[in-house]
Design a binder for this molecule. Sequence first.
Ligand code: SAH
Length: 468
Amino acid sequence: MDINCMEGSRTASMEIKKNEIYTLEITGMTHEGQGVGRIGSFAVFVDGTIPGETVEIKIIKKAKSYAVGKLISITKQSPHRVPPFCGSFPRCGGCHLQHMSYKAQLSFKTDLVRESIKRIGKLKDVQIHETLGMENAFYYRNKAQFPAGLYQGQPTLGFYASRSHDIVPSPACAIQHQVSDRVRNIVREYIVENGVSVYDETSREGLVRHVMTRVGYKTGEVMVVIVINGKDLPQKEKLVNMLISRVPSVKSIILNVNTKNTNIILGETNIKIFGSDTITDFIGRFKFTISPLSFFQVNPVQTEILYEKALEYADLKGNETVFDLYCGIGTISLFLSDRAKKVYGVESVEDAVEDAVKNKKLNQVENVEFIVGEAEKVIPEMHSRGVRADVVVVDPPRKGCDEGLLKTLVSMAPERIVYISCNPSTLARDLGYLVENGFRAVEVQPVDMFPHTYHVECVVSIKRKHSD
Ligand code: SAH
């Protein structure tokens, strides 16, 4: 095997070859947490590396202008490198950044946000705070989804490997609530003891597809959803008994029928086989009903921090009309309702709005109204009827806000916009638009909702220019 070196002028014309070993200096990181270096004109991406490191890599993929390398060894190690906490790293597709100290992960996220705001949004004078991390960055997820499959011929409930649907067993997950692992081990025991088949994506045969758990962090209630490629589960009373006798906090067990050839985990039909159809949890003082299909933020501790920041940036005095756009099951709308005159929540998924209305009643809130529809259609229509918001909160999916919606917000001219975003690139694009059209992006607070992964959430304070 050749050992090539990237130093000096040799690299400029260097032709790189698949399956060969090279020495590479890592000089940057992609937004998905891969280290990047250069060999000649090629950008080379390597999982599990950190800027400042010199590494030996094997080229496993070569495209026209870039290549992908596999880490072989580290010649010069970053001071931010730590031993990974999980035996399934780096095969498991879950926690890509666990080779970096938590402090370095947070800096990576802050830099990513800074870079996007500067490069894509072309904004210079926005204050970007350090990412708010967790005191205890483990066991934070309230929702686990374990795909079922065979691993070395044995039925396994694990996780998908990075960029594939191969199952990695990962017997104990350090970011899920620990009760989720207990539940999955019991379900696996039941599968093995009763000879129940697991689903095979290629042949589309086999019964159990996924096991999903949802946990109310404040109530302790646990929901177990068994996703099946069929209508019933054999010996299901045995499974129910095993679960409720060994995990008394299980309050709901549901069979979810999904017989489609799809990557979407849950089907539409739910059959309750124990307890209630829903569990509950709290965000702040508000109580929420959670059903198998409803969207609920997965990191309850950081959600409160994010929402508190949104509330601070909304700066409500009590007499405002507020729009909460992309409102999901109405969590932010209720959170804001205490301090506003009226809140309108707008959400495109009908089921989510039904949950939002239930949550409003559950909490005896009067001054919130939920509307089903796409924000880019509902808001122009409301605006043309003369409904105007003083403060607008937006929390769009990864693709960001529709330009038509931003246009309407510009002509509606609310005093403040609070933008919550899970994608720094589309956030930067939308901020650029708002700043060009009469608003000022004042400050950005990144919040670490997903420790050890490359995801970062931001909440942004935006003000109408003349209102300062
Ligand atoms: N604010 C909520 C949910 C945010 S997730 C919370 O904090 O829990 C984004 C939500 O936007 C999803 O519920 C999705 O269904 C909804 N959505 C996606 N496109 C939309 C659109 N064009 N108009 C309104 N809602 C939309």
